[in-house]
Write a protein that binds this ligand. Structure first.
Ligand SMILES: [Cu+2]
Length: 169
């Protein structure tokens, strides 16, 4: 598993180098994605019932103890690479990509698992379970629309670990 991750990162590096040397052939956009949390106690808010997933009532993202930050929130349609870094010092995180048909509708969520129902939400791809400090990448081709990136480790999504991405025509 570690070997394949390293391979992915190496391939990404090669692609970037090629794009730099021959800009006319450059295709696609790379988004840098940071997975973060506020430290080893960042799960404590779960016991207090924090539920700040997308479109949840009384959503206050300013209080989120963990999250996903993108360096671009709007990109042109086509090939898009998510270069993901788990910036946590303590926790495993991941990035799951799904389409959003309505930003006012909550994602399908299992209270029992404290996880988004990935099949019901529509699963495009993911960078699964990165250890603290680890990196990974996902390259996909996206049509115009709205997408959500979220972490589906138990509890993390409802603690604010999600971000929206707009893909333009
Ligand atoms: Cu997470």
């Amino acid at each position: 598993m570690k070997l394949s991750r390293r391979t992915t990162v190496t391939l990404l590096g090669s692609t970037l180098a090629l794009a730099f040397v021959t800009p006319a052939l450059a295709a696609g956009t790379t988004i840098n994605v940071s997975l973060w949390d506020t430290g080893p106690n960042s799960m404590d808010m779960m016991a207090q019932g924090m539920m700040i997933g997308m479109a949840m009532p009384a959503m206050d993202m300013g209080k989120a103890p963990m999250g996903i930050t993108l360096d671009m929130s709007e990109v042109p349609a086509g090939e898009i690479t998510f270069a993901v870094t788990n910036d946590s010092k303590d926790l495993v995180h991941e990035m799951v990509l799904a389409p959003v048909s309505d930003v006012n509708a909550p994602l399908p969520f299992s209270e029992a698992d404290q996880k988004v129902d990935e099949d019901a939400a529509g699963h495009i791809g993911e960078v699964a379970e990165l250890e603290a400090g680890a990196k990974g990448a996902l390259t996909v081709t996206l049509e115009p629309g709205t997408y959500i990136l979220y972490c589906n480790l138990p509890g993390h999504y409802m603690l604010g670990m999600w971000a929206l991405l707009t893909v333009t025509a």
